[in-house]
Design a binder for this molecule. Structure first.
Ligand code: VGL
Ligand code: ZN
Length: 198
């Protein structure tokens, strides 16, 4: 089995002081850097939206952040503007060791569709290309860490399990947004999909 470490969205906007700050988001950086040292491959994901993205509350008149909206692909949480292309908030946390990354997967660049998962946009159909990359390299075992447990880590882990990867989520190296019980629901969903929660 060939193994990869997938580091999800460890970016300034998801860390304290950022636009969509996750409590304790910066606490996981040192532990993630340590894990990179003995990973067979390291893949970073980067949430990267054009200004005016359809997942931003500011793009919908009368809507506030954390309200829901129905998109053609299903229900969507509306977020504060975050990880806008070219902004400092979109950059990786300054202490994250990006030197060891074999690949950086960018997602959320389609203005009309959000993309939590590292594998598919939120229509669950449009691929990011990561599956092809991992297959080409013969990687079948994944460890996932990063932000946020209940959104991008959750969607990535469940998609990976569905695609046939052996997936472990290191909960100690993830932090959650926890919106209306989303953390508990995501843990249940990941376990049901066959993800190992460590
Ligand atoms: C994320 C909300 C919006 C995440 C990204 O990385 O979990 N959450 N965009
Ligand atoms: Zn986003």
């Amino acid at each position: 089995m060939t193994h990869a470490l997938i580091v999800i969205d460890v970016q300034n906007d998801f860390c304290p002081g950022g636009a969509l700050a996750v409590v304790g988001g910066d606490e996981i950086v040192a532990g993630i850097n340590d894990l990179m040292l003995d990973a067979g491959a390291v893949i970073l994901t980067q949430d990267l939206h054009p200004a005016g993205h359809s997942s931003f509350a500011s793009s919908h008149a009368g809507k506030a952040p954390l309200e829901m909206i129905n998109m053609p692909y299903g229900p969507q949480v509306l977020w504060p503007d975050h990880c806008v292309q070219g902004s400092e908030g979109a950059d990786f946390h300054p202490d994250l060791n990006t030197t060891h990354a074999d690949m950086i997967v960018r997602k959320g660049y389609n203005p009309a569709i959000d993309s939590y998962s590292a594998f598919f946009e939120n229509d669950h159909e449009t691929p990011t290309g990561l599956h092809g990359y991992l297959q080409t390299r013969g990687i079948d075992q994944l460890t996932m860490v990063g932000l946020a447990t209940d959104f991008c880590v959750n969607f990535s882990a469940v998609d990976a399990a569905k695609l046939g990867y052996a997936v472990t989520v290191r909960q100690d190296l993830c932090r959650a947004i926890d919106l209306n019980g989303s953390l508990a629901a995501s843990v249940e969903g990941m376990a049901a999909a066959g993800v190992t929660l460590a």
